[in-house]
Design a protein around this ligand. Sequence first.
Ligand SMILES: Cc1ncc(COP(=O)(O)O)c(C=O)c1O
Length: 413
Amino acid sequence: MTNTLDIDFVRKQFPAFQNPKTANFAFFENAGGTYVPKQLIEKLNDFMITKKVQPYGDFGPSIEAGEEMDQSLAKIAELLNVSKDEFIIGPSTTMNMFLLSNAIQNWLNEGDEIIVTNQDHEANIGAWRKLAERGVIIKEWKFNTETAELEIEELKKIISNKTKFICVCHTSNIVASINNLHEITKIAHERNIKVVGDGVAYMAHDLADLKNIDVDFYSFSLYKTYGPHLALLYGKKELLQKTKNLNHEFLSAEVPYTLNPGGPNHEELACLSGLTDYYEDLYNHHFNENGISLHEKGKKIFQLIHGHEEKLIKVLLEFLKSKKNVRIIGSQSHSRDIRMPTLSFTVNGISSKDIALGAGKNDIGIRNGEFYAWRCLHGLGIEPNDGVVRVSMVHYNNLEEVNRLISYLDTVI
Ligand SMILES: Cc1ncc(COP(=O)(O)O)c(C=O)c1O
């Protein structure tokens, strides 16, 4: 039992930190896509060699392929504390949101309203905005331009008796503060409104308790949470039952496969149990209490991760706060209750592109731009092409890397 994350142990799980090509690269573009642990890579490799056949047949490799896919689904369900038929594994959150918006179209009548935000990534906006073509009215919940925060009072002002959905990010990939999805859902449910949460920028840093939050639908991208290029869409069972079948006619009873035409990528699904193995290994390394669920283990691990990530962002925040010409987007607090360790900023008089380019030349991976949250950039009054510089850290980053980044930034800011 320990209170601190063993960062050396963590980094040993990620082959990228052992490979000479990447070992000395300070990687801070995790909100774009994270590194992958060895537990998952080994499973993927093995599947590709010994089971890369059509699964669920009656011969050895095919039986095993199906079993591994089922095992991954079971483990992911356990990790999230949801049931196996409450989620699909699709190619991306963008695609999942399009599938969902198609599957609930017949729940909506002309004149019904959907609330989207201007803080979100376009994935949880665009799919919903397209429903305007069918007579649905789209309302925008705008963030406070001073703080970049979404305020619940503003939401209440735009809810009406025609509102059917509120689509909102759990965390914005630019602003990075944590939106109170639990409270939003409570307000929505009192008015019989459904909530669609985007957890993409949240789930690398925490394990959302979907049942407790009571959110109706929730998607996050597994490739940004230490997995392969897949994304998960959760929906409450009773709601998924009511969605339209987007799949073949003869599969109409196969909920939630009905939302997933073509099904998931087999090898990537099969190796997902490697992700839960990674979490188990982390747990066993840090704790000795057994007999608790994978979800409970995950929550305990993320408690350690919170502490570590807070330390990293505190150092970077303090440095950026000391610079007069830097505009930090969102909260200036490093507190885990308020924000995730993703930090966007602009520097007066210096292009964001130049900062990112210079970092790349110093073996530091950061990026600039609008990160597909271009409405957010407009709302912030920032030209989206050059956009913000974004530094996104996760638990495998260490202080030495942050200090390298700071040394570099100090030469340009
Ligand atoms: C907050 C957020 N939502 C949604 C997405 C889209 O995810 P995907 O690439 O899986 O479609 C991203 C991608 O950057 C994101 O950061």
